[in-house]
Design a protein around this ligand. Structure first.
Ligand code: IMP
Length: 429
């Protein structure tokens, strides 16, 4: 059994799309297990560009694609995405897409609340994607969420909506928004129910069958370890567990379901939204990384903050996420730089730390301790073998591996599938 989980090892946007697509070609089943349509995975297949937010990347290749119970689903966004991807010639059927009956829904009230809160927070805002992710997960753990299975039970749906509205209308009052009548929501969800029904399944069973039949399962993570609601830079995080442990709980499988965890890691660091970022650069070097790396968000179009590679943060992400090997991406963005800094520790009140502290104030105040390395003048873009790489680039990679205490399993040297150096095949374990 060689199931693989792909997770981000930084703050998301590490380049998971290409890797997931590359692996999904060889997988039988692709599963999303957390997050929602806050994710943005760009796939380039035979020159066609697919932008996916909620659908597992396997749909593009006709693989069995599963939206697990750990995902929060905006039904309108889901069907928009299905229509959009279908219009590009992709066949999406109940045979290829299965949606967990016990997954929770994102409703219009969640998006509204998310955006209203952000607006009210002023300088304290998290910088969310505004998709309603946080409020939807809040309702889930508070046990008042509307779930996919409720669409098949009108009485339950009405009961759930009434309860939900009692809570939300009190909140809305506090925010100065007009109270809402649940009837309209009930009707619009009822109207969607027949469209949903053919795709809905107890996906834990679908996955159990796949597992027993010896199928290869790929768990597709969204966001990154430092956005994990527990292990990330709380409260500047997303509202789900983004680490690989969630692959099991978020899909209905046991912890032994994942044989290999691949952590996607950019050769430098980026972040969108607010929150601490010790190695952030505010100068022309940071601007250069952003320009060469085309660092704009796929979902919101926001400019990403850029900085040096933070080995301490990635090492921590590797430990808490059980990462077996990394995919190092966008090395070519560092081409032509004389010197490169890598963060090897943090200084706080005269002490050097070998990990990222948990406290919000401490996280904001740490300053990076850098190790400076020689850069390389030649291009690494499109390299297919180690022999194509400058010696100093190899030295950089080797030092990164040493610092993060994990090997590079795959080196991605450009956006095309062929621009890849495979060191270790994660499906071979
Ligand atoms: P939310 O997930 O919309 O609640 O946003 C919370 C934080 O996670 C914000 O800083 C977002 O910018 C960040 N975030 C959410 N999804 C992604 C993603 O797919 N890539 C990178 N950052 C993300």
């Amino acid at each position: 059994m060689t199931n693989v989980a792909v997770v981000g090892a930084q703050w998301g946007d590490e380049g998971k799309g290409k890797v997931v697509d590359w692996l999904s070609e060889r997988a039988d089943v692709v599963v999303r297990f957390q997050g929602g349509h806050n994710a943005g995975h760009t796939l380039v297949v035979n020159d066609a560009v697919y932008k996916l937010s909620l659908l597992p990347s396997g749909v593009v290749r006709g693989k069995l694609s599963v939206i697990g119970n750990g995902v929060v689903i905006d039904p309108w966004a889901l069907f928009d995405e299905i229509d959009r991807v279908r219009a590009q010639g992709v066949d999406i059927t109940p045979e290829t897409l299965r949606i967990a009956d016990n997954a929770c829904l994102i409703l219009p009230i969640h998006g509204e609340l998310d955006r209203a809160r952000e607006e009210a927070a002023g300088g304290g805002r998290i910088g969310t994607t505004g998709r309603g992710i946080g409020p939807a997960y809040e309702d889930k753990v508070a046990r008042r969420a509307v779930r996919v299975c409720d669409l098949a039970e009108p009485e339950t749906l009405r009961f759930k909506i009434d309860r939900l509205m009692t809570h939300h209308n009190a909140l809305r009052k506090g925010l100065g928004a007009t109270p809402l009548d649940g009837e309209k929501l009930f009707e619009s969800l009822q109207a969607l129910a027949p469209r949903f029904a053919p795709y809905v399944a107890p996906v834990w069973r679908v996955l159990d069958e796949a597992r027993r039949a010896g199928k290869r399962i790929l768990f597709e993570g969204a966001q990154g370890a430092m956005l994990d609601v527990e292990h990330g830079t709380y409260p500047y995080v997303t509202s789900s567990n983004t680490v690989s442990g969630q692959a099991a709980a978020g899909s209905g499988m046991g912890p032994g379901a994942v044989a290999y965890v691949l952590g996607i890691t950019k050769a430098y660091t980026t972040r969108v939204g607010s929150g601490p970022f010790p190695t952030e650069l505010f100068d022309s070097v940071g601007e250069g990384l952003g320009e060469r790396g085309r660092e704009f968000g796929t979902v919101t179009g926001r400019r990403r903050r850029c900085g040096w590679f933070d080995a301490v943060m990635v090492r921590q992400a590797i430990k808490v996420g059980g990462v077996d090997g990394i995919v190092l991406t966008k090395l070519d963005v560092l081409d032509g730089m004389d010197q490169l800094n890598v963060c090897v520790g943090y200084e706080l009140d005269g002490q050097v730390l070998d990990h990222f502290p948990a406290g919000m104030d401490a996280q904001a105040r740490v300053t990076p301790v850098y190790e400076t390395m020689e850069g390389w003048a030649d291009s690494t873009r499109g390299a297919r073998t180690w022999a194509d790489l400058p010696a100093t680039a190899i030295k950089y990679i080797r030092r990164v591996e040493e610092l993060i205490e994990a090997p590079v399993a795959i080196l991605s040297t450009g956006p095309d599938r062929e621009e890849t150096i495979l060191v270790h095949d994660p499906f071979a374990d």
